[in-house]
Design a protein around this ligand. Sequence first.
Ligand code: ATP
Length: 388
Amino acid sequence: MMVNFINKIDLLIFMSILSKRSGDISSYSVNEENKKLKETLFALKKELNTLKEPPLVVCDLIKIFNDKGIVRLSNGNSFFVNISPGLIDKVKLGDSVLAEQKSLTIIDKIGASKKFEVENFVIMEKPKVRWSSIGGLKSQIKEIYEVVELPMKNPELFEKVGIEPPRGILLYGPSGTGKTILAKAVAASTNSTFIQIVGSELVQKFIGEGAKLVRDIFKLAREKAPSIIFIDEVDSIASERVDIGTSGEREVQRTFMQLLNEIDGFKPLDNVKIIGATNRIDVLDGAILRPGRLDRLIHVPLPDDEGRKEIFKVHTQNMNLESVDFRQVASLTNSFSGAEIKSVCTEAGYFAIREKRVDVGMKDFLLAVDKVRQGDISGGASKASMFG
Ligand code: ATP
């Protein structure tokens, strides 16, 4: 590529000399031609210089001493380095900066702030889910209220009594049973910022950046407090590893270590809570479940008969129903998850629409149950069956 550029530049210089010597070309057109060639030559030289430039190292500025600073690289190593003179007044603590490879002198600052970066990688919202839109799961809701909502709303109560509420909880159970909506509902009832990350994405999409992102996510959560960090598929980061030989595994391990550090680093009454979710509790590394971490385990199972009836009630409250016996429908949906029950309701509505009706009856529900049971509709059936 570079050879190509050099050849192009040589050719342009040669043509420019040729055009200067050619006597039969008017001086006006020669001058014009010359000007154009010079411009092209300049642009090509600039591009060539860019191609020759070595890559710069991205790091975080963690301390500043006048014209020097301490930077931390993504592998965790820190260095005492120079800050180039033009940049001294422009950088501040916590900035992502660019450093030269050899001397690690800071020569530029990344335009977008770190906060902006991390906000691009997580889902951040103020959910509106109400407790009443969750069917069943009464004991889970009560426990989440006690360990998450109460300490966030009444921290002084815990100080007076002299106990520390858990920093985080772990919701575990089959797919589609309501772990995410439980977390969203407690975020809504405490008016917290809900920051959702998916474990598998953290370690697969952002190779080399996982640990840094974990650090930034916790920083963001503190800035936006009260907040709830919801880590879905936490097993992708925190599963027990027998062999950490490969670089991918080491990366996951680094991300996991950072997660543990962050959980250990904040105070239980900091107004930031962590909710982990998994449907593979069997593979979790015990370190994440130790006291002071995600030490409150809450099982979110498939709904029983009563639970299914309540979930049907939630998802049909806006439907135009005609004599549907939900006790019977519930008894026919044994081993369905909440997500599958929601699919049954939607499908029943479709059966009515197909027959040009607006009222949904028992027949529609029975057909819908069959359809979802056969797996034509995705509601997490296959994943749910993993738990029997
Ligand atoms: P996964 O493990 O696959 O992430 P999950 O346990 O987090 O699943 P949710 O995402 O909370 O499951 O549930 C999916 C959808 O199923 C919800 O948006 C909700 O509409 C419905 N649902 C699940 N459980 C319930 C429930 N108990 N009450 C009402 N709706 C429910």
